[in-house]
Design a protein around this ligand. Structure first.
Ligand code: ADP
Length: 158
């Protein structure tokens, strides 16, 4: 079975990588789908985010792609019926619950969302927190893959 893991990944963290690894052990194919057109302003361009993910994940059954528009349309295009989302704490729940119900509704009941929980050490990690810490000049190599920690250093040196 094929599953899609959508997100901004701005930048990817060890939490994202953790979920991708766990999902790749359950599903035959995992497509990491990087959002291109969200209302959010991204720190890293779509090409930078794609490259960071491709360099950080070397798993045979994981593909990294970008997508624009509705997630349900992307799922149709890649012929997948499952969405993976990571759940960290109660604070993620409300939004994720709404999103899962909406995706199921607009897909006519076809799409199911599978929630996965990261390792305890990654529970508190978020892209925004990593950016904040890196912006203050702190080393974030503990929280993100090596290539991403380098990319953050470069970004903030500018
Ligand atoms: P989005 O803007 O779609 O929420 P993110 O890149 O922030 O994109 O997150 C993508 C997915 O990864 C979401 O399901 C989010 O809950 C999950 N996620 C983010 N950080 C972590 C983490 N540290 N552990 C587990 N899941 C996470």
């Amino acid at each position: 079975m094929k599953a899609v893991y959508p997100g901004s990944f701005d930048p990817p963290t060890n939490g994202h990588i953790d979920i991708i690894k766990k999902a790749s052990r359950i599903f035959d194919v995992v497509i990491v789908a990087v959002t291109e057109n969200r209302s959010k302003v991204h720190m890293f361009s779509i090409n930078e985010r794609l490259k960071m993910l491709k360099d950080a994940i070397k798993l045979k059954n994981v593909e990294v792609k970008s997508f624009k528009g509705l997630l349900v349309d992307f799922l149709k295009k890649v012929e997948a019926d499952v969405v993976i989302r990571g759940l960290r704490a109660v604070s993620d729940f409300d939004y994720e619950f709404q999103l899962a119900l909406m995706n199921r509704h607009i897909s006519g009941g076809k799409i199911e969302t599978v929630f996965m929980i990261p390792d305890e050490k990654n529970i508190f990690l978020s892209s925004s927190l990593v950016k904040e810490i890196a912006c203050l000049g702190m080393d974030v190599s503990e929280f993100v893959p090596e290539n991403i920690s380098m990319a953050l250093k470069k970004k903030f040196l500018k």
